[in-house]
Write a protein that binds this ligand. Structure first.
Ligand code: NAP
Length: 246
């Protein structure tokens, strides 16, 4: 992935951090975006310490702030003259049962998980169309594909990302831009560490591979879909859930 310029959101920890390291290990220049400055600086330092062939360029960026999107993309394209890969990974949960879910719980999740994907994709697509090359990978969720009680807001946002992705794939196919979803099941990150132990134990019993996934297992799939090797794959949802939904 030498000479490829990638933007990854939600890069400060969890899956996004793993994606940044995986892309950088394959030689990409990775613009790593999140709200927390300290962890981003640590990520950039880790890439240097490990002497990865690519680099991490950390950016403090809040995906829920629409007005921050165009300046980010202008800045990145001004510096690197192109954007080859966009990974829309930033995501939040605000779980709750339907009858008690308030408007903020719904709107916050939709803004961070869905509207941001629209804003960023629109902004980079102009560059990718001009380049006649692009790889967009959106991080969805099995909740969006199969539903999950207590996650109507989150599942709605992730299902919408899948529909968005399939449409973009059709719209931009002729321009050699691919767009796919990676839909993880239970992955060991901060997002799942707070789940009740009972729920985690119950989930593991339902997973044929009998464990939660690792960040790197998602990151490698994202890196493949973002690579030149995945040039004939578009509009797909790749479920990475240890067999949970098979
Ligand atoms: P995580 O550990 O909670 O990390 C979330 C990341 O998103 C952090 O880097 C966070 O950084 C960033 N983020 C959140 N809001 C943001 C905002 N407004 N602007 C910019 N960055 C923001 O979550 P994760 O488990 O790695 O999840 C990553 C993605 O995978 C999400 O889309 C999630 O829905 C999806 N997913 C996860 C699982 C799982 O089991 N872990 C399963 C299915 C899908 P800052 O707080 O520094 O901004």
């Amino acid at each position: 992935m030498k000479d490829r310029i990638a933007i990854v959101t939600g890069a400060s920890r969890g899956i996004g951090r793993g994606i940044c390291l995986e892309l950088a290990s394959r030689g990409a220049t990775v613009v790593a975006c999140a709200r927390s400055e300290g962890p981003l600086a640590e990520l950039a330092a880790e890439a240097k310490t490990r002497e990865l062939s690519g680099t991490i360029d950390p950016r403090v960026f809040d995906v829920s702030q629409r007005e921050a999107v165009e300046p980010l993309i202008e800045d990145v394209s001004g510096k690197y003259e192109r954007v080859d890969i966009l990974v829309n990974n930033a995501g939040i949960t605000r779980d709750g049962l339907m009858m008690s879910m308030n408007d903020d719980q719904f709107d916050d999740v939709l803004t961070t998980n869905l509207r941001s994907v629209f804003w960023l994709t629109r902004a980079v697509s102009r560059l990718m169309v001009r380049q006649r090359f692009g790889r967009i990978v959106n991080v969805g969720s099995v909740s969006g594909e199969f539903g999950n009680a207590g996650q109507a807001n989150y599942a709605a946002s992730k299902a919408a990302v899948s529909g968005f992705t399939k449409s973009i794939a059709k719209e931009f196919g002729k321009r050699k831009i691919t767009c796919n979803v990676v839909a993880p099941g239970f992955i060991e990150t901060d997002m799942t560490s707070g789940l009740p132990e009972e729920l985690k134990a119950g989930a593991k019993k339902m997973i044929p591979l009998a464990r939660f996934g690792q960040v790197e297992e998602v990151a490698k799939a994202v890196a493949f879909l973002a690579s030149d090797d995945a040039g004939y794959i578009t509009g797909q949802v790749l479920v990475i859930d240890g067999g949970l939904n098979t």
